[in-house]
Design a binder for this molecule. Sequence first.
Ligand code: SF4
Length: 183
Amino acid sequence: MKIRLASPLQPDSIVDGEGIRTVIWTQGCKHHCTGCHNAGTWNFEDGFEVTTDEVKKELSLLKGQQGITLSGGDPLFQAKACTEIAKYAKEIGLDVWCYTGFTFERLLQNKDALELLKYVDVLVDGPFILKERSLNIDFRGSRNQRIIDVKASLEAQKPILIEKYQGERIVENKIYRPQNVFI
Ligand code: SF4
């Protein structure tokens, strides 16, 4: 199966989810959020195609990674290919985070999305909303986005947020930590 990527796999990220992670930057996004810092990933014709087997081979050679992060772009526009990659990541002991501009509730209504979510541990959902932007929240760009425990949420059929990532931090009234502002 083919997947269109925006850039090569990026190992050793510490801002795209918990721990040291390899980010898979998918190409293509229809959400077109105002203020998106990654507008170069919107066009579904840009980037380059690789096979999912090539991505899996690369993942098999990684060292010292806690997991993978599916980002973009929006990985949900290539849900089937991402499912194959996420399933493989789980098989080799990596955990899986996924960023999307869709809400969890919306994904519950889509068969392909549900298949992908079976292999996702943590979903960061919702569009980037410029007026909700904050540099003091963990692993997301705007306050409306939620960091979701996928397994618990699928069981409950509603989003269950991961408590430790909630809230907004201010240290001595200074912004002290750059954050992922992609989705
Ligand atoms: S912020 Fe994310 S969901 Fe929104 S347009 Fe950019 S890549 Fe797409």
